[in-house]
Design a protein around this ligand. Structure first.
Ligand code: SAM
Ligand code: DTB
Ligand code: SF4
Length: 310
């Protein structure tokens, strides 16, 4: 087992050595010329009872977000078919819920999962806390992956969210595993945490056995009205170090360059791919905030002589 200080030593390597190690790890498991496109769909937007300080969907903050009830199944399936036509192989449906309840809404989500699975796409959902029974029902409906982020180190997490604990997150991730779903679990960089706190977050992921199949690294999207609205961006090379360190620690996992790309240059995103990121969210929007859009992403991949993973 690796310690947080050993992880920090990797993170702080001279940049050429760090990138070399990240690329070496990447090539052991992946084709470095390919990148996976995923599409997000916010199936239920806003009015969330939780108080996550970064999140525009929390009911506590006046972010001007339009609250929307659970989408119709047909509208979701139309979105998924379009995403597939635009090159996405994974469809990720997110709901601004604290937890899944055994009600009609969950039945509707199961219907969405069945529909997206029948299109031949990888299906991922992120619905807040779930128990093993609910996770099993998702799996039976054809869901492949459950996303539930740790977001940061335990000590920092507790300064960012008060309505649930880090331990609650671990319990949900365990339920997801027990149900036989793949785990997608990542974090956010740029919430005011220290580099050592980022290392503790990565360390927490190394303690999972098996580690998450998929690790989204989000850069904070500062949203007006949230407590984190005025935070400055993380220095670009620091962000790239985080990606490279994750790649070295988790050579066989997908590392996803997630939120925050609208404020990254193409060159910075290219460096993230060289550091081992091999997946992104495409489309005009993430859940509620802007994203570069698929034509931009296809251009970037083409400019790098890379391919969208089929
Ligand atoms: N409500 C569910 C939950 O919290 O697990 C699922 C949806 S929630 C929006 C999914 C993830 O989006 C969060 O864990 C967080 O990592 C990310 N996220 C939310 N707001 C963000 C922001 N402003 N910048 C970057 N990432 C953000
Ligand atoms: C993840 O780690 N990032 C995605 C996905 N998992 C669900 C969500 C990013 C949301 C960014 C803020 C928004 O658009 O609301
Ligand atoms: Fe709700 Fe999820 Fe946003 Fe937290 S991150 S406020 S749980 S939607």
């Amino acid at each position: 087992m690796i310690s947080p200080s050993e992880i920090r030593a990797i993170h702080d390597l001279p940049f050429p050595e760090l990138m070399y190690r990240a690329q070496t790890a990447h090539r052991q498991h992946w084709n470095p010329e390919e990148i996976q496109f995923c599409t997000l769909d916010s199936i239920k937007t806003g009015a969330c009872p939780e108080d996550c300080a970064y999140c525009p969907q929390s009911a506590r903050y006046a972010t001007g977000l339009k609250v929307e009830p659970l989408k119709e199944v047909d509208a979701v399936l139309k979105g998924a078919a379009e995403a597939k036509a635009n090159g996405s192989t994974r469809y990720c449906m997110g709901a601004a819920w604290r937890e899944v309840k055994d009600d009609r809404n969950f039945e509707a989500v199961l219907e969405m999962v069945r529909g997206v699975a029948s299109l031949g796409m990888e299906v991922c959902v992120t619905l807040g806390m779930v128990n093993v029974e609910q996770a099993k029902r998702l799996k039976e409906a054809g869901c492949n992956v459950y996303n539930h982020n740790l977001d940061s180190s335990q000590d920092f997490y507790e300064t960012i969210i008060s309505t649930r604990s880090f331990q609650d997150r671990l319990v949900t991730i365990d339920a997801v595993r027990q149900a036989g779903l793949e785990v997608c679990c990542g974090g956010i960089v740029g919430m005011g945490e220290s580099i050592d706190q980022r290392m503790h977050f990565l360390h927490e992921l190394t303690e999972m056995d098996p580690p998450p199949e998929s690790i989204p690294i989000n850069h904070l999207v500062p949203v007006e009205g949230t407590p984190l609205a005025d935070l400055p961006p993380v220095p670009p090379l620091e962000f790239i170090r985080m990606i490279a360190t994750a790649r070295i620690l988790f050579p066989a996992s997908r590392i996803r360059l997630s939120a925050g790309r609208t404020s990254m240059s193409d060159e910075m995103q290219a460096l993230a791919f060289l550091a081992g990121a091999n997946s992104l969210f495409t489309g005009e929007r993430l859940l509620t905030t802007p994203n570069p859009g698929q034509s931009h992403d296809h251009q970037l991949v083409a400019a790098m002589g890379m391919r969208v993973e089929a």
